[in-house]
Ligand binder design. Sequence first.
Ligand code: PA5
Length: 417
Amino acid sequence: MIKFDLENLFKLEEHGLNLEDFNAQGEKIPLYLEGIFSKEVGFYEILDDDETITKIKEYAASVEGKYEHIVVLGIGGSSLGTICLQKSLGHMFNQSSPTLHVLQNIDPDLISDLEDTIEYSKTLFIAISKSGGTAETLAEYFYFRKKIESMGLHPAEHFAFVTDPNVGWLREMSQKEEIPTFDVPPNVGGRFSVLTPVGLLPTALIGLDIDALIEGAKKQRQRFLSTNFDENLSFQLATIQYQMANQGKNINVMYPYSERLKSMSDWYAQLLAESIGKTEEIGITPVSATGVTDQHSQSQLYMDGPFDKLIMFIKVEKFSKDLAIGYEEEGHYLSQKTFNQLMHNALRGTADALTEKQKANMTIQVNEVSATTIGELFMLFEGSVAFLGEFYNINAFDQPGVELSKVLTKQYLNESA
Ligand code: PA5
């Protein structure tokens, strides 16, 4: 369950949110929803694709116990959601079984360290690429494919693909061979694809609850599609971001007070940056911070620096455990307190200090970190970014700049000896 606490934003004089302007935007929900519908994007419809979800679960069941390592080969939208799911729902120190490694860089040192860790005969590589042709992902695929073949192992036993159903190199490959392949619907872009096999397949393979994830996302989708402003948190969030950006606060700091949610900020950074950064005038810069850690690193800037930021705290109401600090001394502020209390009061202290300094901040509250709430958060943010695209009258669903760098990389490789 997600709630917003906007009190601090409304409290601020010059740098806050004007209640009338905020509510006035709410009247335009039907118009902006129409705009999103007209683009025929699928990020909120994929949740109904029961067939794909069943296929993922059946595949996961069929390979249970077969692999010790799952290695995702993918980058950007093809890796960040999976990392977020792994970090937020998995154990933070113990590895899952099988262990999941997401190789989202081509740094040779990273690849060789991975090789020191895995045993090829017990490893499944999942090449994930919406376009099916991203150089980094293909390079990793070629590399590991050669290794698998050189060991006399069968590629169909050690690879799976997640890609567009019709186009791209991976798709062509899958048509020639027996490699298990899962589709990313053509109308779902990379950074909106976490709830397709892109995020669901690796997650299911390490035993996380993809049904609960989808259930949470569906709950939030209902709100995203609602024309009631109080209900529609995605629309409210986009309105806040837009109105703040119009005041020059076009840096958004996502600041979860939760170690589990740390990677949510990284996933969100791509979603926001690639979707909204489209012209020299339009763009919101995402920044990732984690509470309480960054209170002792970035906070000084947020407190006393320029009025160019909106701080979006995420507060987890209930952590999975209540953990007593175990100190008892009358009059000491830590006496008989829990880490939970320390975390919550640190957040409160930081938010109130920012407010005293007239710095824009709001809090997104989640009751707990679970597959359901992670599903809700994904849909909340995807919906808000879709609305932001409409407010700015831009296409939030393409990424011409990223495409250009991909084209140039290929060109330079062709030119180099
Ligand atoms: O959002 C996007 O479409 C991109 O950032 C992609 O996620 C990223 O470039 C990887 O592309 P692909 O999944 O096609 O390999």
